[in-house]
Design a binder for this molecule. Structure first.
Ligand code: F6R
Length: 362
């Protein structure tokens, strides 16, 4: 069942080219510059929409943060993200003009179900984005979209994160086209990039040995800091979460610009800084922040698409340029990094201590 892999997590990381193909299959028309997720929104609904709220927990929350940026960019609509356990429908919003999307791989997370019930109760239209057919969330929402990542056994979410962001990118294109905020030529470019995801992820997987080398070099670190800007920021948060969960090492994700507002005090020679240095993530500024950390002796690992000069890095990991979704490809390096750091320490990777695959209590 693990298909020759020692852990489900590594198998699922390696399944991403396939799972992403499934996510995209039959949903894009590159020539026309359109995406279709088969959601029947009422006539005129999307045009009059004022806000999209995404509610989620953990990794799904980070996928939502990535998606909110895409929605604002493509669909020209305010997109906000709330931790499901903190959510309440308030703030003077008009329920008819607010779409609330529950993003949950399992479809069974109690916090997310609670949030979407509160949204529905207030009269907002609700949509589920989930991996699981027939899950509870699909019964609580008006419409459902499936991310089609296939079953994920490892407790740490990997391929589902990639498929969540990809599905929500398609939704952002679809809504943007419908609202007239995304030109066909721009949509075409985005869809080409999405179509390039499976191949780009495969290129990263082919570099796994370099990640293993890096993991060996830094496995004894005191803590790991992940930094990124814009589309790279949720990926930094997600990279840190993976490392905490499966390696039990202290890891934090920061908006790169925030390092100098406090966390820099934590930086030493034993705190590697991992960064997302790709286009549309403001790589120049981020590199400046990384250099500040290097001045304090921190080793620097950066994922780059060649937009900035990265000779000063201690370890440079390359990704092809896929526009808005390049950071999603960079994330695969962080998944592999967390996996190998945990594996070198002999951790229980598929079933980390104290964690469950689906959290059914609030
Ligand atoms: C992290 C992880 C958790 C889940 C969170 C939400 O690797 O797996 O943080 O992402 O519990 O789960 P779902 O998406 O099932 O609602």
């Amino acid at each position: 069942e693990k298909g020759g892999y020692e852990h489900y997590m590594r198998k699922e990381i390696h399944e991403q080219p396939t799972s992403l193909r499934q996510t995209l299959s039959g949903r894009i028309d590159v020539e026309r510059g359109d995406a279709d997720l088969d959601v029947a929104f009422p006539q005129g609904y999307l045009e009059s929409l004022q806000e999209i709220q995404l509610v989620a927990c953990g990794t799904s929350y980070y996928a939502s943060q990535y998606a909110a940026r895409l929605l604002e960019e493509f669909a020209d609509v305010r997109a906000t993200v709330e931790i499901a356990s903190e959510y309440s429908f308030d703030g003077g919003r008009d329920p008819w003009r607010t779409l609330v999307i529950a993003v949950t791989q399992s479809g069974e997370t109690a916090d997310t179900l609670g949030a979407i019930r509160r949204a529905g109760g207030a009269g907002a239209r609700t949509l589920a984005v989930t991996n699981t057919l027939g899950s509870s969330v699909t019964r609580e929402t008006e419409d459902s979209v499936f991310i089609r990542a296939g079953p994920e056994i490892g407790v740490a979410a990997t391929k589902t994160f990639a498929s969540q962001v990809t599905t929500l990118a398609l939704l952002a294109v679809e809504i943007g086209r419908q609202r007239g905020s995304l030109a066909a030529t721009d949509a075409r470019a985005v869809l080409e990039d999405l179509r390039g995801l499976p191949g780009a992820v495969q290129q990263v997987l082919d570099e796994e040995d370099r990640v293993l080398e890096g993991a060996k070099r830094f496995a004894d670190a005191d803590a790991f800091f992940f930094v990124g800007r814009q589309f790279g920021y949720p990926v930094a948060l997600e990279g840190a979460l993976k490392l905490k969960e499966i390696a039990y090492d202290h890891a934090e994700g920061f908006a790169a610009g925030e390092l100098k507002h406090g966390p820099l005090a934590l930086i030493t020679g034993d705190t590697p800084v991992l960064s997302v240095l790709t286009e549309r993530s403001r790589p120049d500024e981020t590199l400046n922040n990384v250099t500040e950390a290097q001045t304090r002796e921190a080793p620097a690992i950066g994922v780059t698409d060649g937009t900035v000069e990265t000779d000063s890095l201690d370890l440079e990991l390359e990704v092809p340029d896929l526009g808005y979704v390049t950071p999603l490809v960079a994330n695969v390096y962080f998944q592999l990094f967390a996996y190998h750091i945990a594996d070198l320490q002999g951790r229980s990777i598929d079933k980390p201590r104290n964690l469950a695959k689906s959290v059914t209590v609030e």
